[in-house]
Design a protein around this ligand. Structure first.
Ligand code: ADP
Length: 340
């Protein structure tokens, strides 16, 4: 019987074990051995599965033939792992089958979804609250005051614009994510694309008194890509360099050759000489809504989604995004894209 149990268990692609009616672990597959240790075999299940919930479920299965599901947390040197254990009594009193499903990814996904909804609601709530407040003022105190009315309407326009940008960026992000598995096939001349992006951003760079220059123009620069998305990448990076790093007065876009694990690549560094970013923030910058200074970003019309969009587009292109910065000396955002 032991061999039969083992052969059945080895066909189950999850950690699984069978407990006999005498409460001893009769058989375990390799996954269950890795989870509980091979020494658990032959011993009482309570020695390995100590938690009350799973104990009660196993007891009900053995004594009353009742199937059940229990949550079981395994703590070890790393982070806790949460399992859903399905406990099924076998026919003819042969024992009880326990199958372990790892819920960590599912729970993390749920947590991320909840955080995302909370963030979006929070981001939308402040401009909406401002709009509602101004509507009320315009109906009441400022009803017959044309000067105040104009001022309030200007603020309302700005707040509505903020909501509009947020919705636009959110839709854009979800579209980019949906397409992420499909690598773009069009050929793009990246140098032309960078030049025209610099021209588009000229009003912003001139207003901020920042000179934007391109270096390394003789580097090979035609590659497979989605032109609209690549414009989005470099528009975001150059705009950020002007907005947050503009104090240095100059932004350099530098092209050079690089190597990715599977292909030769073009590297584009967007370098500013502004205040830089504290290293503690760098790993989190591409998270949705992560900002070093929320107040400042909002003041500059930022949604906190720009770098998240950049990261997803670069991933879709099978490329890499690297961020380096030294506080007080400026930042460098590098996009490395395969040349074929
Ligand atoms: P947003 O600009 O809308 O806030 P991003 O995702 O584009 O959102 O950027 C996230 C944050 O990263 C910004 O709020 C800013 O704090 C920081 N950041 C981005 N680029 C730079 C830069 N060149 N220099 C300093 N900080 C930067």
């Amino acid at each position: 019987m032991q061999q039969t149990f083992l052969s059945i268990l080895s066909g189950i692609p999850l950690p699984a074990l069978i407990i006999g009616m005498d409460d001893r672990m009769l058989a375990m597959n390799a996954g269950a051995e890795a989870l509980l240790g091979g020494a658990a075999k032959g011993r009482h299940h309570a020695l390995s599965l100590r938690q009350p919930e799973i104990q009660a479920t196993i007891a009900a299965a053995i004594s009353q033939g009742k199937p059940g599901v229990a949550r079981h947390v395994i703590t070890g040197p790393g982070p806790d792992v949460v399992y859903r254990v399905t406990v099924t009594p076998l026919a003819e009193g042969l024992g009880v089958l326990c199958v372990f499903e790892d819920l960590t990814a599912e729970e993390q996904m749920g947590q991320m979804r909840r955080e995302f909804v909370a963030n979006v609601s929070h981001e939308l709530r402040s401009p909406l609250t401002a709009l509602l407040g101004f509507i009320e003022t315009l109906r009441g105190a400022a009803k017959d005051d044309p000067v105040a009315r104009d001022r309030f309407l200007a603020v309302m326009e700005r707040e509505a614009g903020r909501m509009n940008r947020l919705i636009h960026d959110l839709l854009h992000l979800s579209r980019v994510e949906a397409e992420e598995r499909v690598r773009p096939t069009q050929r793009v001349n990246l140098l032309d694309l960078l030049r025209s992006t610099v021209v588009t951003l000229r009003p912003l760079s001139e207003a901020a008194k920042v000179a934007v220059t391109i270096e390394g123009e003789d580097t090979p620069h035609v590659l497979p890509g989605d032109p609209d998305q690549l414009v989005q990448v470099f528009q975001n990076l150059i705009e950020n360099a002007i907005k947050y790093g503009g104090a240095g007065g100059a932004v350099t876009i530098r092209l050079s050759l690089a190597q990715l694990p599977k292909a030769a690549a073009l590297r584009v560094d967007v370098i500013d000489r502004g205040e830089g970013i504290d290293p503690v923030h760098i790993p989190r910058l591409t998270e949705r809504f992560y900002r070093v200074d929320g107040h400042r970003s909002r003041e500059k019309g930022g949604t906190g989604l720009g770098l998240a969009i950049v990261k997803h587009i670069v991933q879709r292109h099978r490329g890499r995004l690297a961020i380096a910065s030294a506080p007080g000396q400026g930042s460098s955002f590098s996009v490395i894209l395969p040349l074929d």
